[in-house]
Design a protein around this ligand. Structure first.
Ligand code: SF4
Ligand code: SF4
Length: 252
């Protein structure tokens, strides 16, 4: 016992300081692409090479739709003149237009927040990231966030996966069992647009096809800090991010 107290004192606090401070430790985020203005020929090539159509033409250059980007890294730039820039960061969660009107409800969740997580057909990687937010490094409890096994106690429904046919009714019933006011946070590209699985005969085109979504967290999978950002957006402790990139100058 004495030894472990001593070891703890020696190592100090290792928990991330996010959201009080920006987290800059290596490996906390894979980053994501952002289309540049100009470089038209290279942008067209990047659009063609994107397997999910996430890079599409925009008024000035191209835009990247983060609801479709599966982080395949095919457009990862290898030169300063590449068609897309690769940005670091992890504050990726946004609010869909249709949920904007209801956002003021967030002030009701200023204290502790109970979260019911539902795997609606996820591949496993999204669940792996959800497990991380509970560990000592990310430690969501310091923010007042707790996982709950029952929808009756839940304020937020956190959903990953495209919603397979087998999970459609279960997800709807879970949502209906939650007392109002409640929030739905969809995480991962599958939950946002169906990703590589849907819409299809076996899966819906995302959580919004089944229950109303308030906050969306892009990524495949989203890293733990992006999930924490999504939960902070749900309670209005952080502003949302855009769900598509704005073309930036081609000057490196
Ligand atoms: S990383 Fe995203 S935007 Fe780039 S090619 Fe892959 S899916 Fe498309
Ligand atoms: S978003 Fe990516 S990591 Fe998450 S369930 Fe879909 S394929 Fe898996």
């Amino acid at each position: 016992m004495t030894r472990w107290v001593w070891e703890g004192l020696k190592s100090g606090i290792r928990t991330t300081r996010y959201p009080a401070a920006t987290e800059r430790a290596a490996g906390v985020s894979p980053g994501r692409p952002r289309a540049r203005a100009g470089l038209e020929a290279r942008l067209r090539a990047a659009e063609t090479g994107c397997p999910t159509g996430a890079i599409a033409p925009a008024e000035e250059g191209s835009r990247v739709d983060y609801r479709r980007c599966i982080h395949c890294f095919r457009c990862l730039p290898e030169s300063p003149e590449a068609a897309v820039a690769w940005e670091e960061g992890y504050e990726w969660a946004g609010v869909p237009e249709e949920a904007e009107a209801a956002r003021e409800l967030g002030c009701l969740f200023r204290r502790s927040l109970n979260i019911r997580f539902v795997d609606a057909g996820a591949c496993g990687a999204c669940m792996g990231e959800v497990r991380q937010i509970d560990n000592p490094y990310y430690n969501m409890h310091r923010l007042g966030f707790f996982l709950t096994p029952t929808p009756r106690n839940a304020d937020v429904l956190l959903v990953a996966g495209p919603v397979t046919e087998a999970m459609r009714q279960a997800l709807r019933e879970t949502f209906e069992a939650m007392p109002p006011p409640k929030r739905v946070v969809a995480m991962g590209v599958c939950a946002l647009s169906g990703g590589v699985f849907g819409p299809s005969a076996a899966a819906a085109g995302g959580v919004a096809d089944v229950v109303p979504v308030d906050v969306t967290i892009p990524g495949c999978p989203p890293p733990p800090l992006a999930i924490l950002h999504g939960l902070l957006v749900a309670v209005q402790r952080k502003p949302p991010a855009p769900l598509a990139s704005v073309p930036e100058s081609s000057v490196p």
